[in-house]
Design a protein. Sequence first.
Length: 326
Amino acid sequence: MSEKIRWGVLSSAKIAKTAIVPAIHEAESAELVAVASESGKAEATAAEWGAKSHYDSYEALLQDPEVDAVYIPLPNALHKKWVIEAAKYKKHVLVEKPAGVTSDEVLEMGGAAKQNSVIWMEAFMYQFHPQHQYVKKLMQDGSIGDVKRIRAHFSYPMDLSSDNIRLKGDLGGGSLYDVGCYCVHASRFLLEEEPLKVFSTARKLDETNVDLSTSGILTFANADAVFDCSFQESGTNRYEVIGTKGRIEVPYAFRPDSNPNGGKGEVILKNAGGEALDHQSFEANQFTVQVQHFSQCVINNVDPMYSADSTYNNMKVIEALYQSQR
């Protein structure tokens, strides 16, 4: 394996253009070599993104022997098909979150990756930002006493009359799949355990039954996590960890690049009275760190820090939340 992993991208999706492609260019162990688009944009997209090869079908890209790994930002309901196809062609796979729309799909993807000896990972990029390791350190140091609650919020306003794929139920649309999944993931990631039970309620788009806003509670052994996510509210992406002696606030938890103060991550430690004791800033491009980590895993043939088991467990919680809504 070369010292640079040669990447292909399946589709000309906005998240690829604005986040992952720049990250591939920035990461030391990665280079972009190919783009596939089935909407007739392949050649123009490859020229714009700086890829030497372009394909009008995803399968044609997967057949390219010069591609080592692929990034898949297709609609959620198409992830399983193309992760499995990529694995058959011996391509390593970074697939956008949520990896699938059911836990059974996650198991199938994992099975295909194992069978074909390729590495695959769900792209929860936020966890690679150093601000969260600092939060975990404060939690473990007892800076806020015993952790009792996590509150997480992720929302942004969307034109509900638009043709956005996030509003289409058959493509895996919905606010819980799109942004609530981060809140679920963060709760599990910070507490390093799985919830015992969950409860959820939602406001839905009448025509499609897609959840526009979801609120939920995850009950862990010694703490609770409450979250809300929405396509109908002003933009916010934050969490706070509340303990017996204080709290930790992370105002730009999932998209620190949305911070008008230079796109930095911020962690604020407060005492029980709400007085700020510590305020740290962290600079990193979490997309670049993620691409670099995954590329190094491929080069060294080691499992990613974010495991397939954790991907499966996150999906199980999301399934249970949707079941609770029904």
